[in-house]
Design a protein around this ligand. Structure first.
Ligand code: HEC
Ligand code: HEC
Ligand code: HEC
Ligand code: HEC
Ligand code: HEC
Ligand code: HEC
Ligand code: HEC
Length: 496
């Protein structure tokens, strides 16, 4: 084994290090796969300059910094923002996306990614004028699928084999999960915990069952006891980056085969991630083709995906005549869709919750919808705040304030609740409590444009014009396309 490989292994998580001692070949093979390199904590050495036309922003990556600026009419650099790259997600087989960790501990996805196919380009979802730039917070979801655990580290043995401490201490067959010995659906579930996603954007594609925390799934248990999956009911599912599971489960090779014969490992070696030779021949004994080795070239073609247009993936919906049309631009239009459970049964309450959240995300939920949402998630500060905002719009102020206060008890740094309550106080002339709440919001997240706009409005109402102007400028720095901040700044500078 070469030195670089030892180095890779040395950087893998502590839990896997114990496995390496006795399963050296497997560990070495796995370390070379994309999964074994799914996260990189090494310092970034890239240098690149990149101009995004859609939003007219210039990006520069140098070492571990990503910087953005714009050029104003005088040719001067304005709206400069610079963030340190904390770690990288993605092996680079297809793409690498960078994540910033703020001093408050928030994880923020960075707007420019590196693609094997097209080089530097905007991260998925960012190729438009009003993108989220340095403001897209990524929660535990990315890490659940890309990391060994909550602390960023490459995917390790434990994600497929469970806790191996007892086995490492006293190796035997009985004290470690071997997916091969699980019932077929449970073996498939090991892979589907990360490889099943019906849609990356547009509607809530899955929800964890009540009481299940993000990292509590254990290999060997039923995925349906952990998560419920939803798909659009009209069947117009797209072809996306993480669609191996979603597409395979819809193919006839899967649906028409007995359960034991249809797992990911029917075709893939899990440790090398390679496709096994003859993986079609096991079921199709009389292939029609004179090119027996390239069945996949015709039946599982690679093409660009619809949610990330700079990668191409293998379409696992195996079909006679696969579709070859490829997207040339990102689609950002999301209409309301009806949702239905996908593949696994879903508890009725979770399906309703997904539908209600979907309506709320699109701004289409009514106060009664919000009440049903909160009834399904009585402890959720997000649900409380959303209901409060709907009530404020409907003029039901007292009840709204009570919900905002409850939300802030549950989550003192909830930006939406802090801002909504501050705006309510300011509208009634209570500037001191309003400013107090907005300072709290600013401390929780200094990059949030809405907080700066609300600060500006509150200062302005008190006649504190210089502070108002500074606040609007901060809003514009963080969100150069904020028409509201620009309009207010301009009005402020008009002679009275
Ligand atoms: C001290 C050496 C040693 C360590 C450390 C070790 N194993 Fe093993 N492992 C073995 C041996 C020996 C067997 C074969 C046991 C048998 O066939 O009875 C085995 C078997 C296995 C099997 C197959 C079990 C089955 O049911 O067929 C898996 C999976 C496995 N190990 C995973 C791991 C993982 C994951 C780790 C790290 C947590 C690990 N091992 C650490 C020695 C070790
Ligand atoms: C913890 C989440 C997770 C689990 C569990 C998981 N995968 Fe992956 N898998 C990923 C991610 C993330 C990638 C992309 C890694 C990259 O290239 O950055 C990936 C990539 C792959 C690849 C592409 C090739 C490569 O070099 O890695 C294959 C094939 C694959 N997985 C198969 C499987 C199979 C089969 C299973 C079940 C035995 C499985 N995966 C379980 C997350 C997971
Ligand atoms: C539900 C699990 C899941 C979630 C959530 C998820 N990913 Fe992935 N991601 C995957 C899997 C699996 C792959 C590999 C897909 C394949 O090769 O078929 C992948 C691929 C990628 C790749 C390309 C890696 C490569 O070179 O192959 C990048 C970059 C990436 N994801 C970034 C992210 C970021 C950033 C987030 C959070 C905003 C995220 N992903 C959320 C599962 C997930
Ligand atoms: C992506 C999921 C995944 C990861 C990560 C993974 N394994 Fe496995 N492992 C499997 C599956 C699936 C099997 C069953 C093999 C099969 O079905 O062909 C297996 C089988 C094994 C076996 C039994 C021998 C064999 O080949 O059947 C050993 C030993 C083993 N794994 C060790 C490890 C060690 C050590 C690591 C970490 C370096 C690791 N595995 C990481 C999925 C994984
Ligand atoms: C686990 C068994 C199994 C494996 C492995 C398998 N298939 Fe299939 N496949 C089937 C079954 C069963 C059908 C449905 C047969 C029917 O329609 O009568 C099918 C159908 C098909 C079809 C017709 C699909 C359609 O839309 O009508 C194609 C093409 C195909 N398989 C190609 C492949 C290729 C290529 C591979 C290898 C990459 C493969 N299959 C691997 C079991 C399998
Ligand atoms: C019928 C065979 C077959 C089955 C079953 C299968 N795959 Fe694949 N998979 C392939 C082929 C063929 C490729 C293309 C490999 C290549 O180009 O080297 C591939 C590629 C991949 C890749 C690499 C990224 C990409 O899109 O090219 C991932 C990830 C992957 N498969 C995950 C899975 C997962 C997860 C499952 C189970 C849900 C699965 N596969 C089941 C045949 C299969
Ligand atoms: C050059 C492209 C090409 C290659 C390579 C290829 N196929 Fe096909 N295959 C087709 C086309 C086209 C059809 C559809 C024929 C039709 O609809 O009449 C098809 C149909 C099928 C079907 C549906 C049933 C049938 O026989 O009509 C199966 C199963 C299948 N292929 C399996 C395979 C397997 C397994 C391999 C590899 C040994 C393979 N194919 C290689 C193009 C290809």
């Amino acid at each position: 084994m070469n030195a670089a490989l030892w180095l890779t292994l040395a950087f893998s998580s502590d839990a896997s290090a114990a496995c390496t001692l006795c399963h050296l070949e497997i560990a070495a093979a796995f370390a070379r796969t994309g999964m074994g390199r799914s996260i990189s904590l090494a310092p970034v050495r890239d240098t690149a300059a990149f101009h995004h036309r859609g939003s007219n922003r210039h990006y520069r990556i140098s070492g571990s910094l990503m910087r953005r600026h714009q050029i104003d009419a005088q040719g001067v650099e304005v709206n400069v923002v610079e963030k340190r790259i904390g770690f990288a997600i993605g092996s680079g087989n297809h793409a690498v996306t960078y994540v910033h960790r703020s001093s408050e501990g928030r994880l923020v996805q960075l707007p420019v990614s590196k693609y094997a196919l097209d080089g530097w380009a905007m991260s998925p979802g960012y190729d438009r004028a009003a993108h989220l730039d340095f403001r897209r917070e990524v929660g535990e979801a990315c890490l659940f699928c890309h990391s060994a655990g909550r602390q960023p580290a490459p995917i390790d043995c434990a994600r497929c084999h469970g806790d191996g401490a007892a086995h490492a201490a006293k190796p035997s067959r009985g004290n470690i999960v071997n997916p091969k010995r699980l019932p077929p659906q449970r073996a498939l579930d090991v892979c589907l915990q990360c490889h099943l996603e019906t849609a990356s954007r547009g509607f809530p594609d899955s929800l964890r069952l009540p009481g299940r925390a993000a990292f509590c799934f254990r290999p060997g248990e039923a995925l349906a006891d952990y998560k419920a999956f939803f798909d659009r009911a009209d069947g117009a599912g797209r072809f996306e980056l993480n669609h191996a599971g979603y597409r395979l489960l819809q193919s006839r090779c899967f649906t028409q085969s007995p359960p034991g014969a249809r797992t990911c490992t029917t075709c893939h070696d899990p440790h090398t991630a390679q496709v096994r030779k003859q993986s079609c021949a096991g079921c199709h004994s009389t292939p029609h083709s004179r090119e027996p080795s390239n069945c996949a070239g015709c039946h599982l073609p690679k093409r660009r995906t619809e949610d990330a247009i700079h990668v191409h993936m293998t379409d696992h919906r195996i079909s006679r005549r696969p579709v070859f049309n490829e997207p040339t631009r990102e689609d950002h239009t999301f209409a309301p869709v009806d949702l239905t459970p996908f593949f696994f049964p879903a508890p009725a309450a979770l399906l309703e919750l997904a539908r209600l959240r979907h309506l709320a995300d699109l701004g289409r939920a009514t106060p009664p919808d919000h009440r049903r949402w909160l009834a399904l998630e009585p402890q959720s500060p997000t649900a409380m705040t959303a209901l409060a905002v709907a009530l404020l719009r409907a003029g039901e102020q007292n009840e709204a304030v009570a919900f905002l206060q409850r939300a802030l008890l549950a989550e003192p740094r909830n930006l939406s609740a802090l801002n909504a309550l501050a705006v309510h106080h300011a509208a009634h002339g209570r500037y001191a409590p309003a400013l107090d709440l907005l300072q709290r919001a600013r401390t929780a997240n200094p990059d949030h444009p809405l907080t700066w706009i609300n600060l500006g409005v509150t200062f302005e109402a008190q006649g504190r014009r210089a502070e108002a102007e500074a606040a609007y400028r901060q809003a514009i720095r963080h969100q150069p396309d904020s028409s509201e901040a620009r309009r207010r700044l301009q009005a402020l500078r008009q002679p009275q």
